[in-house]
Design a protein. Structure first.
Length: 367
């Protein structure tokens, strides 16, 4: 079955010079993929001709007249640039012309435009950003939220756990993936009120067989692979993500520098070049590029803005695999079946006098 993916080719720090070579490499490698390149028509045709003069039967272009800059405010992206490459690419998903969208553009704008165009699934208050982080078990740890929601209530984290569980179940073939709640300790008495109240909701789901809740996990558990999924608010998640990426690049650079430091080290590097290459690949953050925006009525994947063609190709791969495994319908089913109970629990935990968070207010204004 052919999987159609729309690509916002103008997004990111590099635009078509990265997105188009990545698209060409991917479509050559994956016979079941059809890619729709969205952006300024002349720029796309020029870059495509540079790498593929004769074109490709599974690559097409849909023009857009505007580009959302990396520093554009959300209001500009939503209200003024209605024919942006980002919005057109997302609209193709809504119209059923593409099964997933990939963009390296402004994260805030991508979330806002995606939510406005696609809308959220019934029962989902806030979409969340979910990505993969490498661990010692040589399999990914899925982590969310990574920055879409800085301030969260217990029922938001509860929803993230449900969506993450459905995603991992679809992509990894695990009926009941383990879920960990990120905390400053494993003990139930530790953490702030939001984390403690979330743990109550997750334990209730575990007792009912809805979720496979492991319990509280700490930062080191992310890289040890203690659980398949780690749930946290967007502030903490984004800090963890950026710190881990920075550490990975730091270790890679230190390794390169020290191995070139003197003839003995060079000889050792030559002897161990196979292991060094394997380590470099395993620690390369680009291999884990491509975060999914969960909770929307369509598949949207976010690439880092500064990625090269290799890294952007992995983001396309994430979108392709999610579409091929029909992750959207599985998440939707899980949410529709479980969210009514979640909403009731949220009301109980929030209390009768609860007020909406700042994210709720801001999203209502932008919508």
């Amino acid at each position: 079955m052919t999987i159609k993916i729309s690509i916002d080719c103008m997004g990111g720090d590099h635009g078509p010079s990265v997105t188009i070579p990545a698209a060409i490499a991917f479509v050559k490698d994956e016979p079941d993929a059809e890619l729709i390149l969205v952006g300024l028509e002349d720029a796309l045709k020029a870059e495509l001709h540079k790498h593929l003069p004769s074109g490709h039967p599974r690559i097409s272009i849909v023009p857009a007249t505007e580009v959302i800059a990396m520093d554009d405010p959300v209001e500009v992206a939503l209200r003024r640039k209605k024919d942006s490459s980002m919005r057109v690419a997302i609209s193709l998903v809504k119209e059923g012309k593409a099964q997933a969208c990939v963009s390296a553009g402004n994260t805030g704008a991508l979330m806002a435009v995606s939510r406005y165009v696609l809308k959220t699934m019934p029962g989902v208050d806030r979409p969340a950003i979910c990505t993969l982080i490498p661990n010692q078990k040589d399999c990914p740890t899925y982590m969310l939220d990574l920055g879409a929601n800085v301030d969260c209530e217990p029922h938001h984290l509860h929803q993230f756990a449900l969506m993450g569980s459905a995603l991992v179940s679809a992509l990894e073939g695990k009926p009941k993936p383990t879920v960990g709640l990120l905390n400053i300790g494993e003990e139930d008495i530790k953490g702030n009120d939001v984390v403690k109240q979330t743990a109550v909701l997750l334990r209730a789901d575990h007792a009912k067989g809805v979720l496979n809740f492991y319990g509280n996990v700490e930062g080191n558990d992310i890289f040890e692979g203690t659980t398949d999924i780690v749930v946290c608010d967007g502030f903490v998640g984004n800090v963890v993500l950026k710190a881990s990426e920075g550490l990975g690049r730091f270790l890679k650079n230190v390794l390169k520098t020290e191995l070139k430091n003197g003839p003995v080290n060079l000889l050792g590097a030559f002897i161990a070049q196979g292991a060094i290459k394997a380590i470099s690949q395993r620690m390369n953050p680009s291999r884990y590029n491509g975060a999914s925006l969960l909770g929307l009525r369509g598949l949207v994947f976010k690439s880092h803005g500064g990625e090269d063609a290799y890294g952007f190709g992995w983001a396309i791969r994430r979108a392709f695999e999610a579409a091929r495994h029909d992750a959207l319908s599985q998440i939707s089913t899980a949410i529709s079946e479980l969210m009514p109970a979640s909403d009731a629990a949220a009301q109980a935990s929030a209390g009768p006098g609860a007020t909406p968070g700042i994210n709720d207010i801001n999203q209502e204004k932008t919508a």
